[in-house]
Design a protein around this ligand. Structure first.
Ligand code: MF3
Ligand code: CO
Length: 259
């Protein structure tokens, strides 16, 4: 079932999602060639815990990290490891934290050093597709309007949409109904209502849409090993308006200070 949140609950959602946004920005400070993904994961975990939160992915069905770390061809659910980032990589950091009983969820794909222009463009289009999805996320629309907006925008730009993983409702649990796919037809799926909280998260491939899940059951890469990008915001529908509860502004401030 879909849990609709009260305005008071959405205030708590706002705080949890703000913590996630600040965690990604704190971690972003350390992204550079040579840093291991394990180091980034530790920074994120300590930041969440220092701010009274719980790293919600850590231990979730056995997941071994605070962050899902998605380097280049990794689409989703990458493990932190001793792998060092290299100049030209892209790395998606997907973070869920629980604060005061509610979850926040966001993902941002970062450029490491000098990245090939075609891969930079993949990231830009994927990020913009998230905002196209959010524009379609309006009270009275259906989930399929979000899905279709993302798919149309990405395919128009020559990219393909991963089918196996979706956005989702979010609240006391990180995954609630409804599923929010990144492909589909407008006018299908659940009606968007006041009190809904949704995590919208396009996963978009430069090459074909096909993915392979590793034998560990988690780590997922593109079949053709071409890069994949992933951005995610959590939104709430309140007073018939859609508010984005996460923000990339802290991240962008960090990135501007680096360059
Ligand atoms: N942000 C991811 C999602 O939306 C986080 C889930 S990873 C897991 O599904 F490890 F917690 F499963
Ligand atoms: Co999510």
């Amino acid at each position: 079932m879909i849990y609709l949140k009260t305005p008071e609950e959405i205030e708590l959602m706002r705080k949890a999602n703000d913590l996630v946004s600040r965690t990604l920005a704190e971690t972003a400070k350390w992204i550079a060639p040579g840093v291991t993904t394990q180091r980034l994961d530790t920074i994120a975990r300590e930041y969440i815990q220092d701010n009274g939160g719980i790293p919600a992915c850590l231990g979730y069905h056995g997941f071994p990290g605070t962050l899902c770390i998605e380097v280049n061809e990794t689409v989703v659910h990458g493990f932190p490891s001793q792998r060092a980032l290299r100049d030209g990589d892209i790395v998606g950091l997907d973070c869920v934290a629980q604060l005061n009983g509610f979850c926040g969820d966001s993902c941002y794909t970062f450029l490491v050093g000098e990245v090939a222009p075609e891969v930079v463009r993949l990231c830009e289009v994927t990020k913009q597709s998230l905002y196209e999805g959010i524009k379609a996320c309006k009270e009275g629309n259906r989930i399929g309007h979000i899905a279709n907006a993302i798919q149309t925008y990405c395919e128009k730009n020559g990219y393909s949409v991963v089918r196996e993983f979706c956005g989702h409702g979010i609240g006391k649990s990180m995954h609630e109904e409804p599923e929010v796919p990144n492909y589909g037809r407008p006018g299908t799926g659940a009606l968007i209502k006041n009190g809904m909280c949704l995590s919208i998260e396009p996963m978009i491939n430069l090459g074909s849409k096909n993915v392979i899940v590793e034998p560990d059951g988690w780590q997922t890469r593109t079949k053709d090993r071409k890069p994949s990008a992933h951005y995610e915001h959590t939104v709430a529908i309140i007073d018939s308006k859609t508010e984005i509860l996460t923000t990339f502004s802290y991240i962008e401030e960090v990135l501007n200070n680096k360059s």
